[in-house]
Design a protein around this ligand. Structure first.
Ligand code: 9G3
Length: 566
């Protein structure tokens, strides 16, 4: 492609509102442009990278008998009302009306549409299993779109859905999909981990996320430093054998702690440590107020709490509700002398505290010498806290370390979460009607492009991996007005294209410095420069990732390209 005939609007300066490297470079190198918050256009170079990401995904989906479809983004509200999600999804779900005031959703995902499609077609176990996928635009009115393509409001997803007559069949496809995802992210050249994850409100229990390891990642991964255990921190179990303390129990004493609110302040004021403090929080699970205790140096994991309580929703109770329940403000709450009937849950670590410090449910007062069981009762001890670095790995091998990650893939065993409410059924071999057993599997295609951009760049620009680069070779005659250079450039352009290399021929009448800076910014794997030694048949090759430059005879160009690209 002749650069003078394409559209690559590079920028010298870093756009002010671009706060991560991938976003800065995708804008500066002319791959994307922002239309409005969380909404982007893919320019020619960006579209070429997207297509290369999509073709790798398509190939691996087809390997596991995934069949491609394309479903509408405009989804009639009735489908979402069947599953109830029309009512329990808030402003994040884009809603529109048609000219007849009928309600529609802009597709945030397609579980409802695909199930409605199949329930009218797939009626027998003989037609199962079936795995369908699409690469399609999704809409989610994110509260805080940021980091460019990493968290947009309109984005491209590969979403697959599988339908089965048995759990075993789902398990088999789930493992196939996990392997396909591993192949995809490996072929994309990404540094990633598959981690145990939380299915949240999506239903089903088994779910894995695929995380690209990156400091700008919004998720935290807890992994073992000596096994392949890895989980989203939300899901990482804490299995520690706490040891009973030899310390002798002291008498419970009420002490004044004026203006001491945080665990840190109280611990310093009473010359103790957060590990000896009993942190008392009040949560609202569905509509019930629950007192939840943890050790002062630990954080309660609300996703674990939701599972232990088997609640639909779990959130911190608001201060007014707390005041009404315990006649006391947050900061002096404690588990002693609670109103009758208030359920008390505690993380396992609390059970091993001896002579702990806790709030007295009276502003500016705390207790010392507080001992669980003796001074207050706990209805249920459970694993309720976030794992911390240094904790033993839940699989018993090694110690836990944390890493930040960008979620690029998420796979779920949905079971009958959608087929039952939507009456998606088939006749089994005994002619009995059964709900489909389903799985769903997503890859954030536009997010993957940004994750690759985040991993493959240096101070001068991108260093695209060969399999994703918008073009293979950047052909740059230093001075198009020099007849020898221009002629050799045309000749080599034809030659390289005839060998099916994708070539970006910078035929612009720009200064060499501009051309070279743009070439480094765009980051194609190889730059072929035709300069003043063209008259000697000498050209210069620059390998972008290795950063090395060599001069070769133009007759050697092809073998050099074959050596590099094959
Ligand atoms: C919504 C909105 C946001 C959402 C969803 C629905 C996330 C929603 C989860 C999934 C699950 C899988 C198929 C492909 C892989 C992921 N955010 N999810 O369902 F209405 Cl506003 O999308 N779906």
């Amino acid at each position: 492609m002749k650069q003078s005939l394409t559209f690559i609007p590079t920028l010298r300066e870093v756009p002010a509102d671009a706060d991560v490297k991938s976003h800065q470079l995708l804008l500066r190198a002319g791959f994307i442009r922002q239309n409005t918050s969380g909404v982007y256009s893919f320019l020619p170079l960006g579209k070429k990278v997207l297509q290369k990401v999509e073709s790798i995904i398509r190939e691996e989906m087809e390997v596991i008998n995934g069949v491609e479809v394309f479903m509408p983004a405009l989804q009639q509200a009735e489908l979402w009302q069947e599953t109830g999600r029309w009512y329990n999804y808030g402003p994040e779900l884009f809603r529109v009306k048609d000219r007849h005031e009928r309600d529609f959703a802009l597709g945030a995902t397609h579980e409802e549409v695909i199930t409605s499609l199949l329930r009218d077609e797939i009626k027998s176990y003989k037609k199962l299993p079936l795995t369908l996928f699409q690469i399609q635009t999704k809409f989610r009115d994110e509260k805080r779109p940021r980091f460019g393509l990493l968290r947009g409001r309109e984005f491209i997803m590969k979403d697959a859905y599988s339908f089965h007559a048995s759990k075993e069949s789902l398990d088999a496809t789930y493992e196939d999909m996990k392997q396909a995802y591993t192949n995809i992210f490996t072929r994309l050249g990404l540094n990633f981990r598959s981690v145990i994850a939380d299915s949240g409100s999506i239903g089903g229990k088994d779910t894995h996320e695929f995380m690209v390891l990156s400091e700008i990642g919004e998720d935290t991964i807890a992994y073992s430093d000596s096994s392949n255990y890895a989980a989203n921190i939300e899901m990482a179990e804490v299995n520690i054998q706490y040891v009973d303390s030899e310390e002798k129990q002291e008498t419970l004493k009420k002490v004044e702690t004026p203006e001491q609110k945080t665990i840190q302040e109280v611990a310093e004021f009473l010359e103790t440590v957060p590990e000896k403090c009993i942190k008392t929080l009040v949560f609202k699970a569905d509509d019930e107020l629950i007192v939840v205790l943890s050790r002062g140096d630990h954080e309660i994991n609300d996703i674990k709490l939701k599972k232990v309580l088997d609640a639909q929703t779990v959130e911190m109770a608001d201060p007014l509700e707390v005041k009404e329940l315990l006649q006391c403000e947050i900061g002096s709450l404690g588990p002693i002398k609670l109103p009758i009937g208030v359920k008390v849950l505690a993380d396992h670590a609390v059970k091993y505290i001896v002579n702990g410090v806790c709030g007295a449910n009276e502003k500016g007062w705390h207790y010392t010498g507080a001992n669980p069981g003796r001074d207050f009762s706990v209805d249920e001890y459970a694993d309720l806290r976030f794992i911390v670095e240094g904790d033993p790995s839940p699989d018993g091998m090694g110690t836990v370390k944390f890493a930040k990650g960008i979620e690029v893939g998420h796979i779920f065993k949905l079971g009958t979460t959608y087929s039952i409410p939507m009456d998606g059924t088939f006749l089994d071999e005994n002619g009995k009607s059964q709900p489909y057993i389903m799985g769903c599997y997503g890859i954030g295609v536009s997010r993957v492009m940004a994750a690759v951009a985040e991993q493959y760049n240096d101070d001068y620009g991108f260093m695209w991996p060969n399999q994703l680069s918008p073009y293979d070779i950047h052909l740059i005659p230093v001075n198009m007005k020099d007849e020898t250079q221009a002629q050799m450039a045309e000749e080599l352009y034809k030659l390289l294209k005839s060998y099916r290399y994708e070539v970006l021929f910078d035929d612009r009448a720009e200064r060499a410095g501009v051309k070279f800076a743009d070439a480094d910014l765009i980051g194609l794997p190889i730059r072929v420069t035709i300069g003043k030694r063209a008259s000697e048949g000498i050209i210069e090759l620059k390998y972008r990732q290795a950063g090395e430059t060599v001069e070769v005879q133009k007759e050697e160009l092809l073998e050099k390209m074959q050596a590099f690209f094959n």
